[in-house]
Design a protein around this ligand. Structure first.
Ligand SMILES: [Zn+2]
Length: 112
């Protein structure tokens, strides 16, 4: 993952600005100029910034794709992995919380 930070204040909130033919990288917090970006660096920066946000429909499609592609593999371990991947796709950012909740529930069940 592409990551730069401001040498002045350490912020990682950066943005690019076109200055003539050059694209500069600037700090969003203190406005300091950090560096000029080459073509490849600029692309990497843009890619890192634009995290794909999936719609519900895309998540479902992705989950189904996983199930179809990997669901046929034998072995409990593989199926666990597929289910895990599906949950990950379907939940997105809530994934970690859901997994945490699931573990908590399991622990409680073991106590009883
Ligand atoms: Zn800064």
């Amino acid at each position: 993952m592409y990551q730069n930070c401001c040498k002045k204040c350490g912020s990682i909130a950066l943005h690019t600005e076109m200055k003539g033919n050059n694209t500069g990288l600037y700090c969003e917090d203190c406005g300091a100029w950090i560096k000029w970006l080459g073509k490849d660096e600029l692309r990497a920066f843009e890619n890192a910034k634009s995290q794909p946000v999936m719609t519900d429909k895309e998540r479902i499609n992705e989950a189904i794709k996983l199930a179809v592609e990997y669901g046929g593999i034998d072995g409990v371990h593989h199926k666990d992995w597929v289910i895990d991947q599906m949950v990950r796709v379907l939940t997105g950012e809530e994934y970690e919380q859901i997994v945490k909740d699931a573990w908590n529930t399991d622990e409680k069940m073991e106590v009883y």
